[in-house]
Write a protein that binds this ligand. Structure first.
Ligand SMILES: Cc1cc2nc3c(=O)[nH]c(=O)nc-3n(C[C@H](O)[C@H](O)[C@H](O)COP(=O)(O)OP(=O)(O)OC[C@H]3O[C@@H](n4cnc5c(N)ncnc54)[C@H](O)[C@@H]3O)c2cc1C
Length: 417
């Protein structure tokens, strides 16, 4: 379904990029996502699963390098163009959107180091990959630490009582990694590389953390089983275990003194993506509801012809346009400045996920009992949206982090572009 764009400045190039993303989203992502949603978590990653076709086609079309710097092989998309693409992806499937975005995380963070060896080992091969065989993941959550890991500003964040489940110690010119990440690591059982948060100096709690890149075919790495969950079932998740895994010193890309700024940079980028995907998800709920209410007849006429239903549809539309305005504005800011103003990414993520969830919740009500059956897409959109309120940080925890940043930095000084 075509939509009017309130931004009258879209160029022909912007529109062409959006059209290409929409083609992929509607012809590849949405059908594959619906198929994967009905499979078990094991079947999703089994040989012959349509998930592999998704990876292959996405990489063939270069959709895996969207966030990568142009200098290393990214496409040089503007923040608005990234948003246009990610909205289409979110419309098609939130889970597959996250799967693809997180695939670049190790290479994305390695590209910030400008370390030639890291660039040659991790960044260039990822950008050049066209068959989906290099896939990253982001290991931050641990079995005993969910919200703790981003509790910057809380007393306990730097307390030695906060002992991580993944520890790293130095041995000569190497780091030795031991422990595990939780079952919630997206792409955990299929990733070839991890961007890994690890505790380096336990005497400083999580303020003593570091960030490293680990190829997951190294000796000592093992995986858990693919996780079963209610929503985003097309997004693979599972534990990763590390038993005396040894990496060279320069694969540790941030040590404690630079850890919090790096964490904020990652949170800023990840949450912008979440907000853009949520815009697409909110739009899917609107479009599917419009289609349904034009067809379903009650009281002798289509639902959409009834006064109250018109109001309810308008409410869905309101939330889509608000999502788009909010997430584009935040993306335009934070993909243009360094370091990012993280609170704007957190604003966009919490606001847009809540509005997308509201739209999918209301879509089920609009469908009536049909909204509850697997015959229609409404229940899948709802299940997918529910996960977003927790994904990439509980919204309450992100709000607390945003409040902490405001406490330290408000009011921000104007930026000279
Ligand atoms: C779909 C999905 C994808 C994900 N992908 C990844 C991924 O790629 N990589 C990864 O590492 N992780 C991933 N996660 C994990 C996610 O980041 C965590 O689930 C999230 O940070 C919350 O942690 P938790 O689930 O352990 O909840 P907890 O931290 O245990 O929180 C439980 C509840 O307690 C509240 N709470 C927590 N701390 C406090 C406090 N100090 N005071 C008051 N209340 C508190 C929270 O708000 C929440 O309501 C993913 C999760 C989902 C759902």
């Amino acid at each position: 379904m075509e939509y009017f764009d309130i931004n009258m400045d879209l160029t022909a190039e912007d529109k062409a990029i959006r059209a290409a993303a929409r083609e992929f989203a509607s012809k590849v992502m949405r059908p594959i996502s619906l198929e994967l949603d009905r499979m078990t978590a094991e079947e999703v990653v089994a040989d012959g699963s349509p998930l592999w076709e998704f990876f292959r086609k996405a990489y063939e079309l270069d959709f895996h390098t969207i966030l990568m710097p142009e200098f290393y092989g990214g496409q040089g998309l503007s923040p608005l163009q990234i948003h246009l693409v990610y909205e289409e992806f979110g419309w098609a499937s939130f889970g597959l959107s996250v799967q693809l975005a997180v695939a670049c995380f190790p290479a994305y963070c390695a590209s910030m180091t400008a370390d030639d060896e890291l660039v040659d080992t991790f960044v260039k091969p990822f950008c050049e990959c066209r068959d989906g065989s290099i896939r990253g993941c982001w290991g931050i959550t641990e079995p005993e630490h969910g919200s703790d890991v981003i509790a910057v500003g809380e007393d306990y964040f730097s307390s030695p009582d906060l002992q991580g489940n993944l520890q790293v110690v130095q041995d000569g010119e190497e780091w030795v990694i031991n422990g595990q990440k939780s079952a919630w690591v997206s792409g955990g059982t299929l990733a070839t590389h991890a961007l890994l948060h690890c505790q380096m100096d336990p005497s400083r709690g999580f303020a003593g953390n570091g960030l490293c890149i680990v190829p997951l075919d190294m000796e000592g790495v093992s995986r858990g089983k693919p996780l079963e969950k209610i929503g985003q079932r097309d997004l693979n998740q599972g534990e990763i275990y590390f038993d005396n895994v040894r990496i060279p010193r320069n694969w540790m890309i941030a040590e404690p003194d630079f850890y919090v700024p790096m964490l904020d940079m990652i949170l800023a980028s990840a949450n912008l993506c979440m907000a853009a995907f949520s815009t697409g998800l909110a739009r899917a709920a609107l479009e599917e509801s419009l289609t349904y209410t034009r067809q379903r007849v009650q009281g002798g006429k289509p639902l959409i012809k009834h006064y109250v239903m018109k109001q309810r549809i308008f409410d869905l539309f309101r939330r889509v346009e608000t999502c788009r305005a909010v997430s584009r504005a935040a993306m335009n800011l934070n993909f243009n400045i360094s370091p990012p103003h993280v609170e704007y990414s957190l604003w966009a993520k919490t606001q847009c996920t809540e509005m997308a969830f509201k739209n999918t919740h209301e879509a089920i009500q609009i469908w009536g009992a049909n909204g509850l059956t697997k015959e229609y897409i409404a229940e899948k959109l709802f299940r997918d949206a529910r996960a977003t309120l927790i994904e990439d940080g509980n919204n309450e925890t992100l709000a607390r982090h945003g409040g902490h940043i405001l406490g330290e930095t408000y009011p921000r000084r104007p930026i000279d572009f």
